[in-house]
Design a binder for this molecule. Sequence first.
Ligand code: G3I
Length: 357
Amino acid sequence: MISQRLSRRTLVASALALGACSGRAQTPEAATVAVPPLKTAAPFPVGAAISVGGLEDLAYQSVLLANFNQITADWEMKMEQILQPDGTFSFAKADMIAAFAAQHGLRLHGHNLIWYIYKPAPFAALAGDKAAFTKAYANYIQAVAGRYKGQAVGWDVVNEPVAEDGDGYRDCLWRQVLGMDYVAVALTEARRADPNAVLFINDYNLESNPKKRATFLRLIEDLLKRGVPLDGLGTQTHLEVDQQPGAVKTAIRELAATGLKIHVSEFDVTLQRHPLMSRADKLQAEARLAGETAEALSALPAIQRYAFTQWGVRDKDSWLRHPPNAGDGTDAPLLIDDDGLPKAAAAAFVRGVGAKI
Ligand code: G3I
């Protein structure tokens, strides 16, 4: 019995030792096959949402630089960080993100200029004076998009304009003062600020909510018909593990039918909820969805494949692992696990873009 126990203990110890030697942490969710760096496998840029705080961790930087060639600021380039209560602009953190991109030769995707959730005091104070409001609105867009002219390859100019249920458009400060023209005005000012930036409208649940996708596309068609400057569509692709197979492909195909560039802009698959599914089944669903998304983007003409961006670097960096969205703190929504190792979802993504592993 001892010898049996010994041999089992020896076996486990040697496996762990082997794992340690190979530098591969024995995390339960790392892929069981060798997965090449994501950016080398895909025929389009592969991005991650990053934060200034994350960059302070060298392990985070190492995983980021190994796998990704595009970055989006999780927070630092948004109005909530840039526009101060006194109406001045603070670019310190946004500049750190831009500097990191320049230092490492990474594409920088700007996110975002106008978002329905913001009702900042400097703008709210002008709500009764449309001319002054419009001037301040244009000035903000010019100041931000102009500052990163030649650095940001593209911008989410307007984020999430469609109502949650897809029934019409969001009510927001911008729309209350400018009407739905707030979208066209923002795009026009962004084009003026940086003529070479790829201008996007970005939204979520476009795969899971066909009604929302139809409303989104009606807005896009109207803007294009009016000759409003618009170059791309961001489909955030925040998915649930019970997402119907094929829905992501259908959404990307319909969005691409506009002829605009497509950015899978915030990919993640939350494992939260769905208590009847085992974690293993959820991870399998996550991998299936990563593969479907990769195939759908790869199937587009090269000129329409803007990028695939996951919303975070490692699972533990995800917004879904931090309050108020953290749930029980065990979510694993990304292609890269807590230890920086590629998961089954990463292997499925690499296969989905047509690379051999
Ligand atoms: O880091 C500061 C901290 O120093 C400060 O004390 C604290 C005070 O509130 O704020 C902290 O910043 C927070 C930031 O995340 C970094 O953690 C902001 O409050 C918080 O608003 C911000 O949340 C971000 C959220 O957008 C709102 O900007 C999330 O990280 C970010 O993942 C999330 O991303 C959005 C996309 O932009 C649009 N699509 C949905 C996606 C998920 O909600």
